[in-house]
Design a protein around this ligand. Structure first.
Ligand code: TXA
Ligand code: MG
Length: 312
């Protein structure tokens, strides 16, 4: 299959309208989109990614006006969260509407919905004129793509179109919040922090992944993993400085030049933006090990530590 790269949201949207796949940028990571109302198109996502079919997809909308087509009801807490955080990197799990393909929801009676804020993503979604189901645009198990080149690396020859945008801003996926239960629960920490969510819905809780019921099915699969072994360290001094190793963290190692690749982040936000890109860079350099410094579990640090643990 030929993979066309375009910077035109309308050209990429034409693929979706024809029932084909298109990769598109968002403010979090690149997504691999298909018409959420077309079961064959949605099925093609699982094939292109090599994704287990028990893992539901997030439905992306240009704006709130499309919500009625995918969600059955919207609770007051959901309304408050929509008001405060959309468009933006928040996914709400809502009771699903019947028109949606079962393949989108993996047979669940709920649907994850997200309204991205990135202007090119919104232009693309508007031009699609249909809700767009999209997981991150990586081969299953690999780090999520934060550049169109990373998506190309994983999916060239497997998707017909990539909408070219810049490097993604957050670099970490959206926060997934289940608002179908009495007290809303964070199923996946992400680019919207727990603290920010609690400012709007103080009762919101963190789901500690009860092993019997993985509420966000995706969180039980191995994820974000580079080919190199990822080792979490408290202090750069614990990182074994060698020409076949990488290091990413907030503190600078004693001899940065001794590593194949080093990224010292000026902030937690910059660490998050860089992480997946850095993991892919280290793989390209043939690193055997990547040392990643741990950060406090607050603000974006919670999502960052979640991704590091899954990659390790
Ligand atoms: O930032 C993002 O969320 C990116 C961009 C492209 O929007 N998308 C993304 O999709 O990360 P994906 O498929 O890689 O991760 C979606 C997560 C998975 O953990 C999945 O299990 C969960 O959301 N999810 C989706 N629908 C759900 C539902 N109805 N109930 C519970 N969890 C759901
Ligand atoms: Mg993913």
């Amino acid at each position: 299959m030929k993979t066309t790269i375009t910077s035109s949201p309308e050209e990429a949207a034409a693929y979706i309208r024809r029932g084909e796949l298109a990769v598109f940028p968002t403010e979090t990571v690149y997504g691999l989109g298909a018409d959420a109302l077309n079961p064959e198109a949605v099925q093609a996502i699982f094939q292109a990614k090599g994704r287990p079919s028990d893992n539901p997809l997030i439905v992306h909308l240009a704006d709130r006006s499309g919500l009625g087509a995918v969600a059955a009801t919207i609770s007051p807490a959901a309304e408050d969260l929509l008001e405060a955080f959309t468009p933006g990197p928040l996914t709400l799990v809502l009771p699903r509407a019947s028109a949606l393909s079962d393949r989108v929801t993996a047979g669940l009676d709920t649907v994850g919905v997200r309204i991205p804020s990135l202007p090119i993503a919104r232009a693309f979604l508007r031009a699609c004129e249909t809700p767009v189901a999209a997981p991150s645009a990586n081969r299953s198990g690999r780090p999520s793509p934060t550049t169109w080149r990373a998506a190309y690396e994983d999916l060239v020859g497997r998707v017909p179109c990539i909408l070219q945008g810049g490097r993604t801003d957050a670099g970490i996926e959206s926060t997934v919040v289940d608002v179908t239960t009495e007290t809303p629960a964070v199923l996946r920490p992400g680019a919207v922090s727990m603290e920010a969510l609690r400012d709007v819905v103080p009762t919101i809780r963190e789901v500690d992944e009860a092993p019997e019921i993985p509420r966000s099915p995706g969180t039980k699969h191995r994820h974000y993993a580079p080919e190199a072994e990822l080792v979490i360290v408290e202090d750069p001094g614990e990182a074994d400085a060698a020409a076949i190793h990488g290091y990413i963290g907030i503190d600078e190692p004693a001899v940065p030049a001794a590593f194949a690749n080093v990224f010292v982040a000026p902030s937690i936000e910059a660490y998050g933006r860089e992480l997946f890109h850095f993991l892919r860079e280290c793989d390209a350099l043939g690193c055997r090990r990547i040392f990643a410094q741990e950060v406090p579990e607050e603000g974006l640090g919670r999502a960052l530590m979640d991704r590091l643990r899954r990659a390790a």
